[in-house]
Design a binder for this molecule. Structure first.
Ligand code: 6CS
Ligand code: FE
Length: 306
């Protein structure tokens, strides 16, 4: 159990919601540490995200799309714990640990153009904390309410500090009308300590519909008053890097066009998981890597899932 009283990012500890100052750097590396330019680093530091349109070469995008179709139609995969299905339709919504279930997706996680950006932002070697593919089908694909991933990862997984970056690779076009990721620029500079507490096995519900660990209306209003909202739109092959504490969410997709993304979370090897701050048992390894923390580049990522 954590020493809760020394927690710099307390949340869901029963009190009122609070806006706390961030206690960690945003950028850990500099322009000499990787492929991102000084301007890109400054944008990421200011906004908490960076959108890189058309980043994936067409052949790599095609290979990802072929793998996505393979995964979507694999009934054996759908039976696994890693598969999260839509509450009503039972369609596949997310498949977690794709870097361990698919060699092709493992190679994308370790891609020599992608992983070095995470290493640069985090100023160290990195490993995959979480990965997944998300399917948001046309017509009825459900959205996700506003949240900071760090809040969940801190409380439910014991991620100690903000030294983690998410990389979302758009595999279909993401437009304002098909439920793109919505980001609140500048929101990564404060931490919203949320009201409530963490129910047992919260992940069984929260991965379908996030209701715990969501910001209160006043905090969200203040954030959006300050920085507005930017939709992470772009053609297929666009890459979005977003800081772990950047407030984000997405609306449902009522357009006919599906929206699918590949998502890798890179964590600094200097920021390994501790016990969850909720005091609850840790979430499963396929949601939050606790044992498989090999730095990218040192080992093949795919290996048997015990
Ligand atoms: O609970 C989690 O870890 C996941 N849930 C959401 C809504 N976003 C981040 C993360 O993949
Ligand atoms: Fe999220």
């Amino acid at each position: 159990m954590q020493a809760i009283e020394t927690d710099v990012y307390p949340s869901r500890v029963g009190g009122q919601p609070r806006r706390l100052e961030r206690c960690d750097p945003i950028l850990y590396g500099g322009v000499d540490d990787g492929p991102l330019s000084a301007q890109q680093l400054a944008d990421y530091e200011r906004d908490g995200f960076l959108i890189l349109p058309n980043f994936l070469p067409p052949a790599q995008l095609d290979a990802c799309l072929a793998e996505l179709e393979k995964v979507r139609h694999d009934d054996a995969l759908k039976q696994r714990d890693e598969a999260i299905v839509e509450p009503e339709s039972n369609d596949l919504r997310s498949l977690f640990a794709v870097h361990r279930l698919s060699e092709m997706f493992a190679s994308v996680a370790a891609d020599p153009r992608i992983a070095p950006m995470a290493q640069q932002l985090l100023g160290s070697e990195v490993y995959i904390h979480q990965s997944r593919v998300n399917f948001k089908p046309g017509f009825r694909g459900q959205g996700f309410y506003w949240h900071s991933d760090f809040e969940t990862w801190h409380v439910e997984d014991g991620l100690p500090r903000m030294r983690t970056v998410s990389c979302s690779i758009l595999l279909t076009q993401n437009q304002t009308w098909n439920g793109p990721l919505l980001l609140a620029p500048g929101s990564h500079r404060r931490y919203i300590s949320c009201a409530g507490s963490t129910p047992k096995n919260n992940f069984k519900n929260s991965l379908k519909k996030q209701e715990i660990g969501v910001p209160d209306d006043d905090s969200l209003t203040a954030m959006v008053d300050e920085g507005g909202i930017i939709p992470a739109t772009g053609p297929a092959g666009t890459v979005v890097l977003f800081e772990c504490n950047t407030m984000h969410g997405s609306a449902s997709n009522i357009s006919p066009l599906p929206r699918s993304n590949l998502f890798f979370v890179y964590n600094s090897i200097q920021n390994p998981l501790d016990d969850p701050y909720s005091g609850q048992p840790p979430r499963p390894e396929y949601i939050a890597a606790r044992r498989h923390v090999e730095p990218i580049g040192s080992n093949p990522l795919t290996m048997p899932l015990e």
